[in-house]
Design a protein around this ligand. Structure first.
Ligand code: UD1
Length: 422
């Protein structure tokens, strides 16, 4: 649904001070469906107060689970009354991660139906590897007429060889296999921090998952999962977005409550640009001390440079001194934000999956439209750097994944507000 309001960002204010990062979106959207696998109520803490989390709470309620959700605090899910096996089209369209209900429902009751999910339009995003994984552990799985289905009387552990590294399919197979009979081994698994966090969550309920964070994950099926209270890890991408925002505005900020090692790929690139980055136990300081130099960036699976930070990073590079080359290897349509930032005076050429960015001394405020979640974050970064006022339409995309982003940026000295569109 189109947003009825817009964001107004007045650029030129260096960010300064301290800010706390929220719980991880990509962990939250895997952990919430995973509660369906539990045989008792479980409590999840540190969930970000974002639209994707609200959507998943609604989906679990629709399936019949009892959900007590206090936004910004905790969610208690009692999955025992849940009898549903299908997600409605309307709910599936609200977020990409609605397809985690496939693995969760298949693992819970041997049957799942989820319409092809919505979420960010950043490329084709097929589900062939998810289906291949379900089939490898005995399920009948397919996609037809916009509906993804998976069914099995008794899931049986097996070897799953992914052709490519995929976060989504790794999560889905873990969910489906956790209560299967026997052992499932995932080869070429994704290693992102949220995969490790999902495994830790499931293990805290009695699951037997080993190897999460490496490219071979072993899941020994268990019959029962018991209650747990679990706090999700801090958001890697929000942390990175705030780091880039500090670098973009010539600022000096400390981001508290983050995991600095998750940020190594970004920190290395900021250091290469000439920005000072200092790691503490659970905080990072980003401090601009001089001009920012152009760099080359290539997105990779973890621990490489995350595709989700490519968009904010390429926005920052529009004002770095020299020519930067940004190569997007994960999603084919992840440069649409640069078309918008060109309106602010950026010099950018996009050829297929490569963007050549010639840094300009200054950007000028302009009206722009967010086309997806991280594109929206990129437009905010550009707005923070621009002279004058930048109007960002469709801020609803940003609300899907960033908790109270305006409040956080305002607390650091940014001038940013939201107003209804007249
Ligand atoms: C997840 C993240 C998203 C991030 C992305 C890459 C969540 C909720 N979302 O998305 O923020 O940008 O990882 O780090 O965690 N692919 C196939 N077939 C499949 C599955 C994927 O070809 O069956 C392709 C995709 O089109 C893409 C690549 O594999 O080109 C990686 O996708 P994947 O890691 O699955 O991304 P998501 O799980 O959708």
């Amino acid at each position: 649904m189109p947003s009825t309001d817009r964001m107004l960002v007045t650029g030129g204010h260096a960010l300064e001070g301290q800010v706390r990062v929220s719980g991880g979106k990509n962990t939250a959207v895997a952990v919430i469906p995973a509660t369906l696998l539990c045989d008792e109520p479980c409590t999840i803490e540190n969930l970000p107060d974002i639209e994707d989390v609200h959507a998943l709470a609604d989906i679990l309620k629709d399936l019949g689970a009892k959900v007590d959700y206090i936004p910004g605090k905790s969610m208690v899910v009692d999955p025992r009354p849940a009898e549903g096996t299908s997600v409605s089209y309307k709910n599936a369209q609200r977020l990409r991660a609605s397809y985690y209900l496939l693995g969760a429902l298949l693992g819970r009751c041997g049957k799942a139906q989820v319409p092809t999910p919505g979420g960010c339009d950043i490329g084709t995003r097929p589900v062939d590897q998810h289906l291949k994984g379900f089939q490898a552990i005995g399920a009948d799985a397919g996609e037809i007429g916009g509906l993804i289905t998976a069914e099995c009387n008794q899931l049986t552990g097996g070897d799953v060889f992914f052709d490519i590294v995929t976060v989504g399919a790794t999560v889905n197979v873990i969910l489906a296999a956790v209560k299967a009979r026997g052992t499932t081994v995932i080869y070429n698994a994704a290693k992102e921090p949220h995969i490790v966090d999902l495994a830790n969550f499931l293990n805290s309920m009695g699951a037997k998952i080993k190897g999460a964070g490496t490219d071979i994950i072993r899941i020994r099926g268990v019959q029962h999962l018991h209650k747990t209270t679990y706090a999700v890890i801090p958001d890697q991408i929000e942390t990175g977005t705030l780091m880039i925002a500090a670098a973009a505005t010539g600022g000096d900020i400390i981001i508290n409550g983050c995991i600095p090692t998750h940020m190594d790929a970004l920190s290395a690139k900021l250091l290469e640009m000439g920005v000072k980055v200092t790691d503490y136990d659970d905080a990072i300081r980003v401090h601009v001390v001089g001009p920012r130099r152009a760099i080359n960036v290539k997105t990779q699976v973890y621990p490489g440079f995350p595709t989700d930070l490519q968009q904010p990073m390429s926005a920052l590079l529009t004002t770095a001194k020299g020519t930067s080359i940004v190569t997007e290897t994960i999603f084919e349509q992840r440069f649409r934000h640069l078309d918008e930032i060109r309106r602010m005076g950026a010099h950018v050429r996009v050829m297929d999956r490569t963007a050549i960015i010639e840094g300009v001394p200054e950007l000028y405020g302009a009206p722009m439209t967010a086309t997806d979640l991280r594109a929206g974050a990129a437009l905010i970064i550009a707005g923070l750097m621009g002279r004058g006022v930048t109007e960002i339409y469709e801020p609803g995309y940003i609300d899907r994944g960033y908790e109270h982003i305006e409040d956080k940026l305002r607390s650091l000295g940014a001038v940013i507000e939201r107003e209804p569109i007249a």
